[in-house]
Design a protein around this ligand. Structure first.
Ligand code: ATP
Length: 290
């Protein structure tokens, strides 16, 4: 294969339970993550030698500063030739939507296919964990339980399809700073409840179990987060939540029509937003057919 095009989907955290800080500085987390239809586009082509990574967003570094570049470097020894990768960025940067990690996972999958390396999912997961905590999740895609610092991943039954409006204040936040501001509050973890609801196919149970321990940290520093959630609720969201360390938030709507009507209001108010739906594992594989 000389060329390949892949979609790199964004994620939202349906739950994010944060445990105590470990000796290595990371917090132990327990989370359910879900891929959504908002996606970057990655174009791969073979070159005689070397790896080059370019991105059309000025906020995103090129080359080895790019998480996708770092992922390709990990594979460098196994590549029989070079790779040119171009990233068309659509996922907002530093928003809690996992864009960089998703690009990195797609880079690993793309290199594997471009050169027919024959790497198994297990091998891809090991490379992914060496790039970053959220990268293994994107190797699997769909609905996934994550533990450890996020790298211990397990597939869950697919979430019943949901329509979302993602909204984002016009700034990014540093994940490390948000974790540094986190104080354990002894709240009951939500992830076990969500996993049980998913295993029973209980849509109402899913909606009730959603929650994010980092939301208070980011929302107390940036009132825009709470304001956007309130706006989504006023526009008919059944449930709203911040994703990851934020500041992006999402509202779950009863269906596509309701989500698009809410989005129309946000457009008139000049709020950065995206209408999207949840994407299951099978669909993420279709996005890899290129
Ligand atoms: P996380 O929650 O995993 O920290 P995020 O969604 O909040 O992720 P990203 O959009 O992945 O944040 O970007 C975080 C930082 O990584 C940015 O400052 C950006 O410059 C850098 N970065 C490196 N490679 C990429 C990439 N391919 N796409 C986006 N950001 C990248």
């Amino acid at each position: 294969m000389e060329e390949l095009r892949l979609q790199a989907y964004a994620k939202v955290n349906l739950t994010l339970d944060v445990g105590p800080r470990r000796a290595d500085g990371y917090h132990e987390i327990h989370s359910v993550m879900q891929t959504v239809s908002l996606a970057d586009e990655l174009f791969f082509s073979r070159t005689p030698r070397g790896v080059s990574v370019d991105c059309d967003s000025p906020e995103v570094p090129a080359g080895s500063g790019n998480l996708a570049g770092r992922a390709l470097e990990i594979l460098a020894d196994r590549l029989p030739g070079g790779i040119r990768l171009e990233i068309r960025k659509r996922i907002p940067v530093a928003a809690g939507l996992g864009g960089g990690s998703s690009d990195a996972a797609a880079a690993l999958k793309g290199a594997n296919r471009l050169y027919g390396l024959g790497l198994t999912e297990r091998e891809l997961l090991a490379c992914a964990a060496a790039v970053g905590s959220d990268v293994p999740f994107f190797i699997l895609g769909g609905t996934v339980e994550a533990r450890g610092r996020g790298e211990l991943v397990r597939r869950l039954p697919p979430l019943p399809a949901l329509w979302l409006v993602l909204a984002k204040p016009d700034f990014g936040v540093s994940t490390a700073e948000v974790y540094a501001g986190y104080k354990p509050c002894g709240r009951e973890p939500r992830t076990p409840r969500l996993v049980a609801a998913l295993e029973m196919g209980d849509r109402e149970g899913v909606l009730h179990a959603l929650g994010n321990d980092l939301e208070e940290v980011t929302a107390s520093a940036y009132p825009e987060v709470g304001a956007l959630k309130a706006r989504l609720e006023a526009l008919g969201a059944l449930k709203t939540l911040m994703s990851g360390s934020g500041p992006a938030v999402y509202g779950i709507f009863p269906g596509e029509r309701e989500a698009r009507l809410a989005a129309r209001e946000l457009r008139d108010e000049s709020v950065t937003h995206f209408v999207c739906r949840t994407v299951n594992e099978e669909e993420t594989r279709e996005g890899e057919q290129g």
